[in-house]
Design a protein around this ligand. Structure first.
Ligand code: FES
Length: 173
């Protein structure tokens, strides 16, 4: 009986290793495909994120090698563009607008307090795995700031006190 349990656990680990191997192979192939094209780094990163849902940190070195860059340089590009994620997405995504017009109408308080009231850091998944918190720079709703987006829905004039209830309602709808 113990033996069966061991075998079952082993298969899980093997599958996980296999999927990591496949992921790394995909990143290497994608990087090799784009490396010979001028300006190929951004299309390469977009393709990786489109396929995997994020750009794994431990694959940045393969991208760097293909483009003859340092890992730090590739990391710099990934972190510069807010659309790139280095960890998996969650079922729901909450984005706080941190661009100027929203800042002028009070989004700074939201940005500073959101992690505390929602129990999750920016660019991380909530411990339940239900949602992820992100910064975004303009949602096209500047006149009604502070603005946030929950999945595809944009909400205006949001304050920190009302944020948890709005998020709860959105998660249940
Ligand atoms: S600046 Fe926030 S919606 Fe445009």
């Amino acid at each position: 009986m113990n033996r069966r349990k061991k075998t079952g656990g082993g298969i899980g680990v093997e599958q996980e290793l296999e999927s990591v191997k496949l992921m790394k192979a995909f990143v290497q192939q994608t990087a090799a495909k784009h490396a010979s094209t001028q300006g190929g780094l951004l299309p390469c990163l977009h393709e990786i994120q489109a396929e995997l849902g994020f750009i794994p940190n431990d694959c940045l070195d393969s991208v760097a090698t293909a483009f003859s860059l340092s890992t730090a340089e590739v990391h710099g590009v990934v972190s510069f563009y807010h659309d790139f994620r280095t960890s998996p997405s969650a079922q729901h995504c909450i984005q706080i607008c941190c661009a100027e017009a929203c800042q002028a109408s009070g989004s700074r308080e939201l940005e500073v307090g959101a992690a505390d009231v929602l129990g999750v850091e920016f660019d991380q998944k909530h411990p339940t795995g239900d949602y992820r918190l992100e910064r975004v720079y303009c949602l096209g709703n500047c006149a009604c700031g502070p603005s946030i987006r929950i999945d595809d829905e944009v909400y205006g004039r949001i304050d920190l006190a009302g944020l948890p209830q709005l998020v709860n309602e959105a998660m249940q709808s």
